[in-house]
Design a protein around this ligand. Structure first.
Ligand code: KIV
Length: 266
């Protein structure tokens, strides 16, 4: 069995030039499947709001819901670093609120780190969370909790002012103590530049091949959530089609008296 992945392992990967592999999980079964397959970092993403709860955005997801998902994944994960997403309005109100909720993810969810969206404006909060001993992962670019401010699911950092601001944000987050930054939906060359100016790793999603690692929503890359197909997602399986086929076959077998057979009965 390979060694437990820790924050220090993730940091070392960049120095060693070894790409970091990351995926999302929301329950025990996916937790153990991804963990046994050897993924480095498992994120309990607030994308569970989209793919598990069927919300249009991640905004309605609550801390209690995220803790339930984190505890479920935790029971399946022994090897990967387990990071929990702090949902919308669980860290933006006051520093006390952010520290309290970050602590809940560690105590009640047994996460090993938390992820917060945003740049310079959240750095004082990030610094305090790190100072009380909770590792933090940053998230820049298209940050889904700001979808309404952005006016949709567009690529971020295309104009030079926004690109420059993102570099400032990335350096500020690094200075505040984050151990890695997710870069979502930004131009390839901007992601390359940010990856080069930082000493901590970048983990890309729709940010091109020059990041220090990659993350995808597991339901997207497995073709389980197939209502939309994003340009930046490569589908490694077609689980939705497999499930539809299997369920149709099951229904046919029940109706035709083919299931259960006597061998499947007591
Ligand atoms: O919630 C999530 O799944 C995420 C990833 C897309 C990085 O934040």
């Amino acid at each position: 069995m390979s060694k437990k992945i820790r924050v220090s392992t993730i940091l070392k990967r960049k120095a060693e030039g070894i790409k970091i592999t990351a995926l999302t999980a929301y329950d025990y079964t996916f937790g153990y499947l991804l963990d046994e397959a050897g993924v480095d970092l498992i994120l309990v993403g607030d994308s569970c709001g989209n793919v598990c709860a069927g919300y249009e955005t991640t905004l309605p997801v609550t801390v209690d819901e995220m803790i339930y998902h984190t505890r479920s994944v935790r029971r399946g994960v022994n090897h990967a670093l387990l990071v929990a997403d702090m949902p919308f309005m669980s860290y933006q109100e006051t520093l006390e609120q952010a520290l309290h909720n970050a602590g809940r993810f560690m105590k009640e969810g047994s996460a090993e780190a938390v992820k917060l969206e945003g740049g310079e404006h959240i750095c004082s909060t990030v610094r305090q969370i790190v100072e009380i001993g909770i590792p933090v992962m940053g998230h820049l670019g298209f940050t889904p909790q700001s979808v309404h401010e952005f006016g949709g699911y567009k690529v971020r950092g295309k104009d030079s002012a926004e690109a420059e601001k993102m570099k400032v944000d990335a350096l500020a987050l690094q200075d505040a103590g984050v151990f890695a930054i997710v870069l979502e939906k930004i131009p390839t060359l901007l992601a390359k530049e940010i990856s080069e100016i930082l000493t901590i790793p970048t983990i890309g999603i729709g940010a091109g091949p020059y990041c220090n690692g990659q993350i995808l929503v597991s339901y997207d890359m497995l073709g389980l959530y197939d209502r939309v197909q994003f340009k930046f997602v490569r589908r490694y399986a077609s689980l939705a089609d497999e499930i539809r086929k299997a369920v149709t076959n099951y229904c046919d077998d029940v109706k035709n008296n083919d299931f259960p057979s006597l061998n499947e009965s007591f």
